[in-house]
Design a binder for this molecule. Structure first.
Ligand SMILES: [Zn+2]
Length: 226
């Protein structure tokens, strides 16, 4: 983390104190939780791999981790993102050297969900990861098709079909990502259909390697990419 980010964070902390994403108590910035919750937090750092892609997630989608990510996603707790991204950073560190990556990017939102929520939780997590890893963040992808909300669909194949060809690389970046290694960020890995589709577009534009990272991983037999 760069020195000027530390100073900005200190000033911000005076006006917007950081809260623990698991119990909402005030905490010192740049910790993964408050002292009490820290004792219960047990990252499992799940690593899943296919031929072309892999995904790292510090936690399974259950208990306090599920609540924290849902609060970020649906309860307007965008302030939790930076703290949650620190756990993701620690998980990434178990498997990769940060210098291997050229860019961090995120799964882009649909216009509707962005307007409704006012922020993209995947982008906030990606920016947190960028802060801690010092890998530059770029908006590389855009959503080009209206789709049903993925979490309203339970069938894996239907989810894959729903999200098919929904993303594209932003034109100005199509040359920039050639031979680059990209860290692709999302909040929850369910079937993997969304990450697979985003990864496909990045590879189509000649990215060398795409590594995915999510805060939580839903245990399911119906993985598309895994
Ligand atoms: Zn706590």
């Amino acid at each position: 983390m760069k020195w000027y980010h530390k100073i900005t964070d200190y000033i911000l902390h005076c006006f917007f104190p950081v809260r623990c994403p698991y119990c909402d108590e005030l905490i010192t910035p740049h910790l993964t939780a408050c002292e009490q919750c820290e004792k219960d937090i047990q990252p499992v750092n799940i690593f899943n791999r296919t031929d072309k892609m892999c995904c790292i997630s510090p936690f399974y989608y259950n208990g306090i981790y599920k609540k924290a990510i849902l609060d970020l996603k649906f309860k307007n707790r965008s302030d939790y993102a930076k703290t949650l991204s620190l756990s993701m950073t620690n998980a990434l560190k178990q498997y990769f050297d940060f210098s291997e990556f050229d860019y961090i990017t995120c799964v882009p939102p649909s216009k509707n969900s962005y307007h409704k929520r006012g922020y993209n939780q995947a982008e906030l997590l990606a920016k947190g990861l960028s802060l801690y890893t010092e890998i530059p963040f770029e908006h590389l992808l855009v959503k080009i098709k209206d789709t049903k909300v993925q979490h309203t669909i339970s069938d894996a194949q239907e989810r894959k079909q729903n999200i098919k060809n929904a993303f594209a690389v932003i034109t100005q970046y199509s040359d920039k990502i050639q031979d680059k290694t990209i860290l692709l960020v999302d909040d929850i890995l369910t079937t993997g259909a969304t990450l697979e589709e985003c990864g496909k577009e990045l590879y189509k534009n000649k990215a060398k390697n795409v590594i995915c990272i999510t805060y939580t991983f839903v245990e399911s037999k119906e993985k598309v990419i895994l």
